[in-house]
Design a protein around this ligand. Structure first.
Ligand code: G6P
Ligand code: MN
Length: 444
């Protein structure tokens, strides 16, 4: 089995490789091809992987290339985990929006739109090449904004592209834990868009345990989202939102906290990773440096939000979201026809009736050798449907702008977003972003 990783020089690749090393079963991945546009980053990550594989007899063979077509040819699975514009691009996404007084964040609001506008053309090019060079491959998309990028790719690959995110599993795991349920035995009733979903129930043995959590202030105060959103608001919602909904429900506080922060998350990671990639050339020290850098990255994840909300730190044993586990579980279910249920980003196909069939949503899916099949879920309440439809409409404008190169359509995407409060702001955002991002030159 051959797995190609696009963005193969990326910082999270050793997480995926670590999960592959733990898989000794028949039909496991035997060959990994890393692709990246940056040969230096490829060298650093290849070194980390070599140190990780040290002493593992059946470790997959790892090769690296900067030639995309060569990387894709013969692939059974393609993991797409690219970051167009790098962390410098992310820092600019955040900074330009915050300077306008609106949320500057990797995937949500104005920052996420800018990131999407940069990424969609590249993702579409990859999808076209996969369709031509590896038409039977399954593409697992981690590239953010994951829902939007998966939808862009699905227009060329249909249901052979599946988007993943670690946040719904992490949320489900934390809720199951406070309720004393085993995550594997619980059915998590979750639905929405990527980074915009709600847990409406957690069923064990046919009984919904979520009301017990919502009725108990002590239990609600004992886990991250409980503290982040507050017991009163969660009871009002009757659901537990994905942590990214904090940017909607507490937008003013989040924007304020980000504006007061010494530097944005993207700027912090940019400096941190520059140190890692520079230091990883010391022989024998790459893995150790990677581990330390990763621990620091995870410990500071969304720290400003948690601080602003008085939510405290994330528990040490809950730091790693486990997206590599979702990816491996998905790949295994498809490759070995091991039926399982995972929360994934797939085409709607009638699951959420206010959206059309091609809209990519995040929903529990049954997975087998034929791919991911969304399960039917209860409809979302009006307030959630409103948000989901508004953000999907924005995503569609992003796709249209990327397709046509129309600046007016890009302005429309920003202006229609619920977290952008004026058409004039949207115009200035397009000016600001096109001035700093070479990847947006196509907007004229
Ligand atoms: C979570 C989300 C990802 C996102 C990441 C950002 O894992 O699910 O989609 O990219 O957080 O974390 P970072 O450490 O890069 O701020
Ligand atoms: Mn995510």
């Amino acid at each position: 089995m051959r797995l190609t990783i696009l963005g193969g020089g990326g910082f999270r690749v050793p997480l995926v490789h670590g999960a592959l090393l733990a898989d000794h079963a028949e039909g496991r991945v035997t060959r990994v091809v890393l692709h990246d546009v940056d040969a230096g980053r490829l060298r650093a990550i290849t070194r980390v992987l070599a140190e990780q594989a040290d002493g593992v007899p059946d470790a997959p063979e790892v090769t690296a290339t900067t030639d995309l077509d060569e990387a894709l040819r013969g692939a059974d699975f393609v993991f797409s985990a690219i970051r167009v514009g790098g962390l410098e691009g992310r820092a600019n996404d955040e900074r330009v929006a915050l300077a306008e007084g609106v949320l500057g964040q990797e995937t949500v609001g104005a920052g996420g739109i800018a990131y999407g506008l940069r990424t969609v053309p590249v993702a579409v090019d990859i999808a076209r090449r996969v369709a031509r060079l590896a038409p039977h491959a399954w593409v697992i998309n981690f590239t953010n904004p994951a829902g939007l990028v998966t939808e862009a790719m699905s227009r060329h690959l249909g249901d052979r592209v599946i988007g993943i995110c670690d946040s719904p599993v992490g949320l489900g795991r934390r809720i199951a834990r406070v309720l004393g349920a085993r995550p594997r035995e619980a059915w998590i009733d979750y639905v929405g868009l990527n980074h915009l979903g709600w847990v409406r129930g957690l069923r064990v043995d046919g009984r919904d345990e979520l009301p017990r959590l919502l009725d108990d202030p002590a239990l609600l105060g004992s886990f991250e989202e409980g503290r982040l959103f507050g017991a009163d608001w969660l009871r009002s919602l009757g659901a537990i939102p994905n942590e990214y909904l904090h940017y909607y429900y507490f937008n003013r506080e989040a924007v304020g906290a980000y504006q007061r922060a010494e530097r944005t998350r993207g700027a912090f990671l940019h400096d941190q990773q520059a140190r890692f990639y520079a230091g990883a050339s010391d022989p024998g020290a790459a893995l150790d440096l990677w581990e330390r850098t990763r621990a620091e990255r995870e410990a500071t994840y969304m720290a400003e939000n948690r601080e602003a909300a008085g939510a405290g730190e994330r528990e040490a044993d809950d730091l790693s979201g486990g997206y590599e586990k979702v990816a491996l579980a998905l790949m295994r279910a498809i490759a070995r026809d091991e039926r399982t249920t995972l929360i994934l980003n797939v085409r709607n196909r009638g699951t959420l009736s206010p959206l059309d069939g091609d809209a990519v949503i995040e929903v529990p899916c049954l997975v087998d050798a034929n791919g991911a099949h969304p399960v039917s879920v209860d409809p979302l309440p009006g307030h959630a449907t409103g948000l989901v439809c508004a953000v999907k409409a924005v995503e569609r404008e992003v796709l249209a702008a990327a397709h046509s190169g129309s600046r007016a359509t890009a302005v429309k995407a920003f202006a229609l977003h619920p977290l952008v409060d004026s058409v004039n702001v949207a115009r200035r955002l397009v000016d600001g972003y096109t001035a700093v991002h070479p990847g947006l030159a196509y907007l004229g």
